[in-house]
Design a protein around this ligand. Structure first.
Ligand SMILES: [Zn+2]
Length: 242
């Protein structure tokens, strides 16, 4: 790993000078080998790197099973089995949870898709770290716990609608990227009035996540995330919505 990431502010916990290494914001193992170059990297401290690696070990074994994008089946065939070999406990859980069903997305031909129980807490914790990494990578700031709220989550229809309105607000900068042909797709905006107020829409492996909202069952492939400086007067109220 190159020296350029040593001794910098950790992109995840914002500890100054704490980074020992560079970290791929979205883990390389999600991507087929030929798509692993030029993925976003940020400085990370050993602690954050360790926490993130644990989540990645779990999610890179799991998420490709739920994927709809063109690389999902290759990921399944080429990358997942070797990783599962090394983790018998996880493999047993997956074998029990995997159900195949036919689905159609936006009128596309019917195809087999897997449904898996995902540890939602781990998934949203990971997406929260990705939001921190992307904010640092694109716009150069890191969020410490004292001064920022950072969260990523899967929202209900109503929550998504609120969020989509926020994403169409006047922005000082926007970014839209597709990494690895659909493996990780994201867009983000930076608020005009508050440059460290950012909103993100992400999809990981094109996997659909099912959730219940009261009696309503919903399914979505998009998660939403944000960084909110606590100095903004409505910050706390905003956070209580999500
Ligand atoms: Zn850190």
């Amino acid at each position: 790993m190159s020296k350029r990431f040593k001794g910098k502010t950790c992109a995840y916990c914002a500890m100054p000078g704490a980074s020992g290494t560079g970290d791929h914001v979205v883990c390389r193992a999600f991507f087929p080998v030929e798509d692993r170059d030029n993925l976003p990297q940020v400085p990370a401290c050993d602690r954050c790197n360790g926490t993130k690696s644990e989540l990645e070990h779990y999610l890179t074994s799991l998420m490709p099973f739920g994927g709809q994008h063109q690389n999902a089946h290759r990921a399944l065939a080429e990358m997942v089995p070797a990783r599962l070999e090394k983790n018998h406990k996880l493999r047993a859980a997956l074998a029990m949870g995997l159900k195949q069903r036919f689905v159609s997305f936006n009128g596309s031909p019917w195809q087999m898709a897997g449904t898996l129980p995902v540890d939602g807490e781990k998934l949203t914790q990971y997406l929260g770290l990705i939001v921190r990494g992307l904010a640092y990578y694109h716009w150069g700031f890191a969020c410490d716990a004292q001064n920022y709220f950072v969260k990523a989550t899967y929202l209900t229809e109503k929550g998504s609608a609120i969020f989509e309105r926020l994403m169409s607000l006047d922005a000082s900068a926007r970014v839209v990227r597709d990494l690895g042909h659909g493996v990780f797709h994201y867009s983000g905006i930076r608020s005009n009035g508050h440059p460290e107020l950012t909103f993100w829409r992400m999809s990981l492996c094109g996997a659909e996540v099912a959730a219940t909202d009261g009696d309503k069952r919903m399914q979505t492939r998009f998660s939403h995330g944000f960084t909110v400086p606590k100095s903004i007067p409505a910050a706390e109220k905003f956070m209580s919505l999500f």
